[in-house]
Design a protein around this ligand. Structure first.
Ligand code: 13P
Ligand code: SF4
Length: 388
């Protein structure tokens, strides 16, 4: 199993690398051009593609990209839109795991394009399939997967590779996003007594905490330590085993940022993404996915001020959108946290990808190997069935 999965991943990456190589000369030409020369070209290519293409944009994308998106959303909303899309091409302005999920959910005739293949996610990179398989083998050896021990359900955050999604699907588990993690935990606990949660320890801890699970019933599996760094009694006491991964953007928000902003702006509402630390989320007035954070602000009365603990492009966009409505939106920290991989999708990359599609060249296609797709689809379908 471990060997097969590694082989599938190499095949998929080879496909992608060769597609990129074929078109890389042309891309260099685009990259030499200024941002503001791209708008007209993107608009024209988009118009020429018509219903053949749909452009999906995650909320963390830059304004120059978002303005061309047919739909924006959090990862749950975008995965649903990808599953319902009708055109031939799904141009995904987001990161690699999102485009992979779109390919898994898309119909066989559809092709998914990620305008820059370097748009990855450092959190997704923190769990490699071989590490997850080694962890599972240890948990099987410790007896945790047996019915007598209550059984163990693998549950992965959307921010993970397709191979890990397939791993979970094949073992009776599922995928969740930040908008349906609690529902996914309930689904998993209805079928087993324990959860292995991959790869974001913060989303896992925040969700478990919200369900009344104590810190003593959670354990953190460190893939770089022998046996995850956990003694057998610690493992057996755990109802939730959290993979030691995190988002380097959201982990930068600290509880002192909440204290500081509250002292400076009395009455301010603090809202945060659940990838932030538990200590930050506990101090916040609201926690939610990017889509939910936007709803908090939409639903607030005029005059409300918000400090938002999430990626800076979204925070700045919300600041501009809500200022004329009398609502002020600032970042929770002083500097603003940037997702450098989301930022990699530039107007030049989008223009290059769309103009190639107009010419009938599919560049930067993201293609998940069929054998991985099968079980990853099962895990994603389970998520879509439970909803939020
Ligand atoms: P959302 O699903 O909340 O948009 O989160 C995606 C993400 O990567 C946040 O870091
Ligand atoms: Fe990954 Fe964090 Fe960027 Fe989201 S914000 S894509 S979790 S690195």
């Amino acid at each position: 199993m471990a060997e097969l999965k590694a082989e599938y991943m190499i095949t998929a990456l080879d496909d992608v690398a060769s597609a990129h190589a074929q078109a890389s000369c042309a891309l260099d030409d685009y990259l030499a051009m200024p941002d503001d020369s791209m708008d007209g070209r993107i608009a024209e290519a988009r118009a020429r593609l018509g219903k053949q293409a749909i452009i999906l944009g995650h909320h963390y994308q830059r304004d120059e990209i978002v303005r061309f998106a047919d739909h924006t959303g959090d990862s749950y909303k975008l995965s649903k839109l990808a599953a319902q899309a009708e055109g031939r091409y799904i141009v995904f302005c987001g990161v690699h795991f999102m485009a992979e999920s779109a390919d898994i959910l898309a119909q066989p005739h559809q092709q998914v394009v990620l305008p820059d293949l370097n748009a990855g996610c450092s959190m997704a990179d923190m769990a490699d399939i071989s590490q997850v398989e080694a962890c599972w083998d240890r948990l099987v050896a410790a007896g945790l997967t047996q019915a007598a021990a209550g059984g163990l359900m693998p549950l992965t955050y959307m921010n993970s590779t397709a191979a890990i999604k397939a791993f979970c699907g094949e073992r009776g588990g599922l995928v969740c996003t930040s908008s349906n993690a609690a529902a996914a935990f309930r689904w998993a606990f209805a079928r087993g007594q324990r959860i292995l949660f991959l790869p974001d320890q913060h989303l896992g801890r925040n969700t478990a905490h919200g369900m009344g699970i104590s810190p003593q019933e959670m354990a953190v599996w460190d893939p770089y330590q022998i046996n995850g760094g956990l003694a057998p009694e610690r493992l057996h006491a755990a109802r939730v085993i959290l993979w030691k991964g995190h988002c380097s953007v959201h982990q930068r928000f600290l509880p002192e940022h909440v204290d500081r902003v509250r002292a400076k702006y009395p009455g301010i509402q603090v809202i945060a993404h659940p990838e932030c630390r538990l200590e930050v989320c506990q101090k916040a007035d609201g926690i939610g996915s990017t889509e939910r954070l936007i709803q908090f602000i939409e639903q607030a009365p005029t005059g409300t001020m918000f400090a938002v603990g999430t990626e800076i492009h979204l925070v700045n966009r919300l600041g501009k959108r809500f200022a004329p409505l009398g609502k002020r939106v600032i970042t929770l920290d002083d500097a603003g946290c940037l997702c450098t991989t989301m930022f990699r999708i530039t107007p030049q990359h989008l223009a290059w990808a769309l103009e190639n599609l107009v010419e009938g060249n599919v560049v930067n296609r993201i293609r998940v190997h069929e054998d991985v797709k099968r079980w990853a689809r099962v895990a994603l379908d389970r998520m879509l069935e439970i909803q939020g």
